[in-house]
Design a protein around this ligand. Structure first.
Ligand code: SF4
Length: 466
């Protein structure tokens, strides 16, 4: 049985009370989770059996359009925003995949977690793979690819839950394709479950033995210092009187926690994933360079009489193939698309890596831990970019329905500006941890500033250039 020890202090602040309320209402939270599962399944499955919407369809008179807007126009951008504002509340309280994975784990085989599952690179690799594949099959536009990508991920979550752990979320902890991104965004949240090490020790000295807490995403409670892995489920609130929901500075985790445990795969996700691959994925359909490259290769192939790459159109689960909508990607289109996204990721990622290395050198001898810590300071801009890219889908879907948002350009500009400023401030504070001379810190900041300019240039091209 789980025994929760609440703080004996008479004054519990509002956040603490919210955390304790979550701990006491796990049954209700599970009901909410299963309601979300039902809505998720309906939105995902029903459109597959409906006729494709016509050009005159709106989200209010066509269920497929409605589901498309719900998934990609609201759900995705809002989950990202919410994670940056209140931590991984979505994961812990609402996510259907997490609920299904934990449920199947409760009644599953309960096996030990294999080493290959614990490989730190999975969240980054899975994010890159699903982003690229999503573009190849136009996951944002059509119901069947959405069912394949999201449904496939949910099925995998259920199977992993069934195989490994007991009432745990092994999928969410190690394998979820967006788990890495959510973990980065949660570092910016001004709320977290704080562990008071002194109170914890006191309860140990006093011989207090409260029941165990089932932390489904396997966070080591005693040593938890950040919000990155925590799903904000609230189950541990009040545990040993040492854990409570609390406010913090949104910069705290990046400045004071992230440097303690360098995570190279997080650097890859920030620099090559969010600031590189995501830019390429949002760019290609509007890119003049993409069209020019395709034209050039097509002419080159025609001159040599090799017409098959221009004629073969693989099935919809390999490349977009909807002749009735006049939306078909040939083998050539698909190849250029993949190359475009990968080259963008490499070009931006390498340039930013170089500038991060330069910034690290400005602070003294090259130290990989400092390099990875500086990379963390890019999270605000990386997050803002991905949020804007995803919300561009919301904006275009609304436009298709005749709803124009006149202030969208200014909002985008303001978000990029503020996020860049925040990254700059974080960089300045992190440099102060490693180096005292202001001159060196200014040089490091200038280098990171250039990295931020490169990342911004990609978004400026998409929103204002093409
Ligand atoms: S540490 Fe674990 S149990 Fe505590 S709130 Fe986070 S996810 Fe829930």
């Amino acid at each position: 049985m789980t025994t929760t020890v609440f703080l004996s202090r008479p004054q519990r602040d509002v956040w603490q009370r919210i955390g304790d309320w979550l701990a006491r209402h796990q049954r209700e939270i599970r009901c909410v989770q299963w309601s979300v599962v039902i809505v998720y399944v309906v939105l995902l499955v029903v459109p597959v059996f409906l006729p494709m919407p016509g050009n005159a369809a709106h989200m209010w008179d066509d269920f497929t359009r409605f589901a498309q807007f719900a998934f990609w126009g609201i759900w995705w951008p809002m989950v990202l925003l919410a994670t940056a504002l209140v931590g991984r509340v979505w994961c812990g309280l609402l996510c259907p995949e997490g609920a299904i994975s934990e449920f199947s784990s409760r009644y599953g085989r309960g096996g030990g977690i294999p080493r290959w599952v614990k490989w730190n690179g999975w969240p980054t690799v899975a994010f890159a793979g699903t982003t690229l594949y999503g573009q190849m099959v136009s996951v944002h536009q059509y119901p069947k690819p959405a069912l394949l990508v999201l449904g496939g991920s949910t099925l995998a979550a259920a199977v992993v839950g069934y195989l490994y752990g007991k009432e745990k979320r092994v999928w969410c902890r190690y394998l979820c394709p967006v788990g890495g991104v959510f973990g980065l965004l949660a570092k910016l949240a001004p709320l977290h479950f704080r562990v008071d090490a002194e109170i914890w020790r006191e309860t140990l000295r006093a011989g207090l033995k409260p029941g165990a807490i089932n932390c489904a995403p396997l966070v080591p409670l005693k040593t938890m210092r950040g919000a990155s892995d925590c799903h904000m489920c609230g189950r541990c609130s009040g545990f040993r009187g040492a854990i409570r929901l609390a406010r913090r500075s949104p910069s705290h985790e990046i400045v004071h926690v992230a440097g303690g445990h360098p995570k190279p795969w997080e650097t890859v996700l920030i620099v090559f994933g969010l600031m590189g691959l995501a830019v390429g994925a949002f760019h290609w359909s509007a890119s003049l360079w993409f069209n020019a490259a395709k034209q050039w290769v097509a002419e080159w192939l025609v001159e040599r009489g090799a017409l098959w790459p221009l004629e073969i159109s693989p099935p919809w689960w390999v490349l977009t193939n909807y002749p009735a909508r006049n939306d078909v990607l040939t083998l050539l289109d698909g190849t250029i698309l993949v190359l475009y996204v990968l080259v963008t990721a490499l070009a931006i990622g390498l340039a930013i890596t170089l500038l991060l290395s330069l910034a690290t050198l400005c602070l003294g001898r090259f130290d990989p831990a400092r390099f990875h810590h500086l990379a963390q300071t890019l999270i605000p801009l990386a997050a803002a970019g991905v949020f804007l890219g995803l919300s561009a889908l919301s904006v275009s879907q609304l436009r298709m329905d005749g709803i124009d948002l006149p202030w969208v350009g200014e909002t985008r500009m303001a978000m990029l500006f503020l996020a860049s400023g925040w990254s700059g401030v974080l960089c300045w504070r992190v440099t102060g941890l490693y180096c005292k001379p202001r001159g060196r810190r200014v040089m490091a900041l200038a280098s990171i500033g250039l990295a931020l300019t490169i990342a911004n240039a990609g978004w400026f091209l998409l929103f204002w250039g093409w």
